[in-house]
Design a protein around this ligand. Structure first.
Ligand SMILES: [Zn+2]
Ligand SMILES: [Zn+2]
Length: 445
């Protein structure tokens, strides 16, 4: 075997090893939320939350860290270790217990006195790198920060909490940040970068999203009709939905021939005319073929209200080929959004690795939005690439890529990923007022 082949194998093994140890956000979060509600119902619980990388919204997490504020920890620990979803108790202590759940995840529960809730939540949310920044800031201000509070630094080597020293702040995160003269940092930004240097931007929230711009119906591989999808979007308070079934090369997804696409456009427009109170766009999720050509000719794309262009195949091509491919799609004047730009599947495949700076520069110039696909299998663009794309001046579009009505619920994972990249409503086309969105939509093609 050649050196390249061996390196590819080594890379793949490394990828699989790191991928398999962690759980996707979309799998871990509902489990954690259910446990939080179960713990909240126990007597003596004053506060309960999940912390760690889950609270920071990372795309994968290791363990679930739960924190509870109480003055009576023992019965809470006893109850926790006998929850029905527990397969094995790994540790059972007075203030900390660890269990393995039946489906495999490890959950740690720590109990702290209510007076130190904020310090503990801050500490166990992390990241380690963010905590280092906070401790450095505390030292500069002649204070000491640990999981029991922010204390005056009196020069003793013994920890202040064991000597009865009164903390400067401990009960809430807000009080601790305030005492350090740092604006409260949303957990998604606590990664030890520049988040303590200036007040963070007002990050995008789920409630800011006004429209879904990428979804599928039974015309390709979705499970609902056009009308069902439109009514669901309307029910959720959206002002617009773009129906974007697959293009002809996606045979496995029942992609539409040009002839079927034309019938489909007419069908979407018929629903548009029938259902009042929501804008309905007849779109397509057009394959970006391996060489950068789009899967329909330009004169067909011109018949659509909306074009999302996405890579689906040839996801192992070289970085050079991937760059040329994505640049060619951006250059097509009908394209408004690049869907799941890398094509990665978390824990499944790494996806394309183009020269992202070149892709972002071109997308910013052409005002083509880059998608954060909210499906927790994808979360593509990923968080750090969102950050880089925003720095390059790109627009972002967050879409659930819904194949059924339940999939609309995936939106929050895309929003979390955007927040981790520093996304605000200003740079997310799904959050713009309708007139601004419509002017941008009509500005190319
Ligand atoms: Zn797709
Ligand atoms: Zn799709």
């Amino acid at each position: 075997m050649g050196a390249t082949t061996l390196q590819n194998i080594a890379d793949n093994i490394a990828f699989i090893e790191t991928a398999s140890l962690r759980t996707r956000l979309g799998d871990a979060l509902p489990v954690a939320e259910a446990l939080v509600e179960r713990v909240r119902a126990l007597p003596g619980v004053q506060q309960v939350a999940y912390a760690g990388s889950l609270r920071r919204g990372r795309d994968t997490v290791g363990d679930i860290d739960l924190l509870v504020a109480t003055t009576h920890a023992t019965p809470i620990m006893d109850a926790f270790t006998t929850f029905p979803e527990v397969a094995r108790v790994l540790a059972h202590g007075d203030t900390k217990s660890s269990v393995r759940l039946k489906h495999g995840m490890q959950v740690d529960l720590r109990a702290v006195p209510p007076a130190v809730w904020g310090a503990a939540l801050l500490y166990f949310t992390g990241s380690k790198e963010h905590n280092v920044l906070l401790r450095e800031r505390a030292q500069k201000r002649h204070m000491r920060l640990n999981e029991y509070g922010l204390f005056p630094d009196d020069g003793h080597t013994e920890p202040p909490q064991t000597r009865g020293v009164k903390p400067v702040a401990a009960d809430t995160e807000e009080a601790i940040y305030k005492a350090l003269h740092i604006a409260w940092v949303p957990p998604e930004l606590r990664e030890g970068r520049t988040e303590c240097d200036a007040a963070p931007p007002e990050l995008l929230q789920v409630g800011d999203i006004r429209r879904e711009l990428h979804c599928h119906t039974t015309a390709s591989d979705g499970s609902c009709s056009i009308e069902q999808m439109v009514l669901e979007a309307k029910r959720r308070g959206f002002d617009c939905i773009a129906i974007t079934d697959h293009s002809r090369s996606s045979a496995q997804a029942n992609g539409l021939s040009v002839e079927r696409l034309r019938e489909h456009i007419a069908a979407v427009h018929a629903v548009r005319d029938r259902v009042q109170g929501i804008h309905v766009l007849a779109g397509s999720e057009v394959d970006i073929l391996a060489d950068g050509h789009l899967d329909y000719p330009d004169e067909v794309l011109a018949e659509l209200d909306w074009v999302v262009a996405s890579p689906h195949t040839a996801l192992k091509q070289s970085s050079e080929a991937a760059t040329q491919r994505l640049l060619a799609a951006i250059a097509n004047p009908h394209v408004r959004v690049m869907g799941h730009p890398s094509g990665r599947i978390i824990g499944g495949r790494p996806g394309l690795e183009p020269d992202w700076q070149a892709v972002f520069a071109a997308a910013a110039k052409a005002r083509v939005a880059l998608e954060i696909n909210a499906n927790p299998m994808r979360l593509d663009l990923r968080d750090q690439l969102v950050h880089a794309a925003l720095a390059a001046g790109c627009l972002i579009s967050i879409n659930t890529d819904a194949h059924g009505l339940d999939n609309f619920d995936l939106l929050r994972f895309g929003v979390t990923t955007g927040r981790r990249g520093g996304l605000t409503a200003e740079h997310c086309v799904n959050a713009w007022p309708w007139k601004r969105f419509e002017a941008w939509r009509a500005s190319r093609g």
